[in-house]
Design a protein around this ligand. Structure first.
Ligand code: PHE
Length: 345
């Protein structure tokens, strides 16, 4: 009886086939699990008369070994198939590697640097974490000037965590780089100072707690307001097109005297008046002026021998004019759908 059953199962095991690992597992359970058909035979084997034990035992063992090795073979085949699927297909056409784009603020900055470099300006950089002296003190800010107030300036806390005005702060303009250049170099000085600056403002479409500036400084003998005007006019025409007009309006900065703000003719309507320029035909782009003699003196430059001009503009504002980016927040969100639009620039 048991002998016939062994033969039967031998045949079944020989014909065993599985299309998937699930089917393979089902076969293992059917024959070799605790209640499997082969295991069952081993249980019956205990009742077999002694004289038959030897032969039947051998056959039974052979059956089990055969089932085990057949299942093992199947397992290896499935594993090999899986490994082949996971391997990259080297004959496939490669996908193009997506190229990165340059950030619009960098594009603007580089264009501005490029224009002023044709007038002999070089780039100077300085620290973003600054001291009061370089950001305000040497730039003729009165000790009680409101720009020093907590509302505008981020002061850096001392290690004890006490929040009180300290001498260490995040620069609110890159004029701090100019004080560093003036104290370390001798005139003639002709530098551009691009960089990130920080002001304590609520974040909205029109204001952010940090933005980018590009400031310029030129100090030499006999530098006049006419030189400033000429340089800025050249810049405006190179940046916004040859038909661009400029106008200077009197203004006030502690570090320049006289000071002015410069408008350009609206580059959207060409000066006729539109929504963008609020029907005025003009848009403001920068502040400028003749370096105040007090600033020169505090930086160790003889104000009787030398004069100079300075100007400063916001990178975001120029980028907005050039590429129509209205919401400032777009610049720092790193949304690739926004950044990709500058691929061709
Ligand atoms: N530092 C000024 C600002 O941050 C800009 C400026 C620079 C104005 C140089 C005049 C001259 O607003």
């Amino acid at each position: 009886m048991i002998k016939d059953r062994i033969q039967e199962l031998m045949q079944q095991v020989q014909d065993m086939q599985a299309q998937s690992t699930e089917q393979m597992e089902a076969l293992r359970i059917k024959y070799l699990s605790k209640k499997g058909e082969i295991t069952e035979l081993f249980n019956q084997f205990r009742e077999v008369p002694k004289e038959e034990k030897k032969e039947l035992g051998m056959q039974l063992n052979a059956l089990r070994t055969m089932a085990e090795s057949k299942l093992q073979e199947m397992k290896e085949v499935f594993e090999a198939q899986k490994a082949a699927e996971d391997k990259p297909d080297l004959t496939r056409t490669p996908e193009p590697i997506p190229l990165g784009t340059r950030h619009p603020l960098s594009l603007t900055k580089e264009e501005i640097i490029d224009i002023f470099s044709r007038l002999g300006f070089t780039v100077a950089e300085g620290p973003e974490v600054e001291d009061d002296k370089h950001v305000f003190g040497m730039l003729n800010f009165a000790p009680e000037h409101p720009a020093r107030d907590m509302q505008d300036t981020f002061f850096v806390e001392k290690e004890d965590g006490v929040q009180k005005p300290t001498d260490v702060l995040l620069r609110t303009h890159t004029s701090s780089v100019q004080t560093r250049v003036m104290t370390s170099q001798k005139p003639p000085i002709r530098v551009l100072c691009p960089g990130r600056v920080y002001r304590n403002e609520a974040i909205s479409a029109r204001a952010h707690c940090f933005f980018h500036q590009i400031e310029g400084l030129y100090i030499d003998k006999n530098v006049s307001f006419a030189d400033l005007k000429q340089a800025l006019m050249y810049f405006a025409k190179e940046m916004f097109g040859p038909d661009t007009k400029i106008r200077l309006r009197p203004s006030y900065f502690p570090f320049t005297e006289p000071s002015a703000e410069m408008d350009i003719s609206c580059n959207i309507c060409g000066g006729k008046g539109c929504g963008f320029c609020k029907q005025t035909g003009w848009v403001e782009i920068l502040g400028c002026g003749m370096v105040d003699p007090n600033v020169l003196e505090s930086c160790g430059i003889d104000s009787k021998e030398y004069t100079g001009y300075a100007f400063g503009m916001g990178g975001e504002r120029i980028t907005n004019l050039k590429y129509r980016v209205k919401d400032l927040r777009l610049f720092s969100e790193n949304d690739v759908r926004f950044l990709r639009q500058f691929e061709a620039c």
